[in-house]
Design a protein around this ligand. Sequence first.
Ligand SMILES: NC(=O)c1ccc[n+]([C@@H]2O[C@H](COP(=O)([O-])OP(=O)(O)OC[C@H]3O[C@@H](n4cnc5c(N)ncnc54)[C@H](OP(=O)(O)O)[C@@H]3O)[C@@H](O)[C@H]2O)c1
Length: 264
Amino acid sequence: MNAPILVTGGTGTLGRLVVPLLRDAGHPVRVLSRRGGRPADGVEHVTADLLTGAGVDPAVRGVDTVLHLAGGPKGDDVATRHLVDAARRADVRHLVFISVVGADRVPLAWLRSKRDAERAVAGSGVPWTTLRAAQFHDLTLTMVEKMAKLPVVPVPGGLRLQPVDAREVAARMVELALGAPAGLVPELAGPRVYGLDELVTGYLTAVGRRRLRLPVRLPGRAGRAYRNGDNLTRPGASLGVRTWEAFLAERLRQPAVEARGGAA
Ligand SMILES: NC(=O)c1ccc[n+]([C@@H]2O[C@H](COP(=O)([O-])OP(=O)(O)OC[C@H]3O[C@@H](n4cnc5c(N)ncnc54)[C@H](OP(=O)(O)O)[C@@H]3O)[C@@H](O)[C@H]2O)c1
């Protein structure tokens, strides 16, 4: 039996899509998360906390390839350093990391921590591949659902997004993990750039609701970066094919429990 592939965050939105693709490709999978999960054919779960480092060394032992998908609102730099240190000690041969488009350009704390995590991966001494992806459709939906609950929806002017389908990101991550270490590869985003107002309008129309919109201006350097499109891909990026409209139609057709079955 070949060595298991370790998937950190394999219980999350992206991880749950990646694990079955690795299984389909014939690989045993070890999933790392804090809460664990139910084992399945060829899939074992280990619990570890990347933020403290507890349990990370045994999780990495005996593994050649690591897909690092675990992430949270804070501390991805610290978590990633714990992982890369353990990966180096375990002689891991390929560390594949998911980052975010704009990590190197948008001055927001969580993106800075993603940038520092990228640097930890690149400087780890472990052969690596990093893909920067745009915001997933799932997260975009969570965001517009929250906005649409307000009686008046604040819409920051000039804010644009290029949401991508998490299934396409999962497929690309698996392709990268099964290939040779490639360093920083072309970014992956969705097929179209949308103004945030368009995304909100599309959602409200799809669910048959009306809301007043209040244009607002994002303050500070981060606001300037967003208006400048620093969160969008640069030339040379790969683009997915599944649109926001298609995703939305698909999600809204599903019963609520299924649609919410663990989205981010
Ligand atoms: N969502 C997006 O739009 C988007 C876009 C581009 C890139 N990304 C990146 O893609 C990755 C996956 O995103 P996602 O939306 O799938 O995230 P998610 O649904 O929030 O899942 C996060 C996963 O990480 C695990 N995790 C979180 N903190 C951990 C810790 N301290 N130690 C061990 N495991 C931990 C979680 O399990 P437990 O809670 O049980 O630990 C879960 O399995 C993240 O790194 C994110 O930054 C996301």
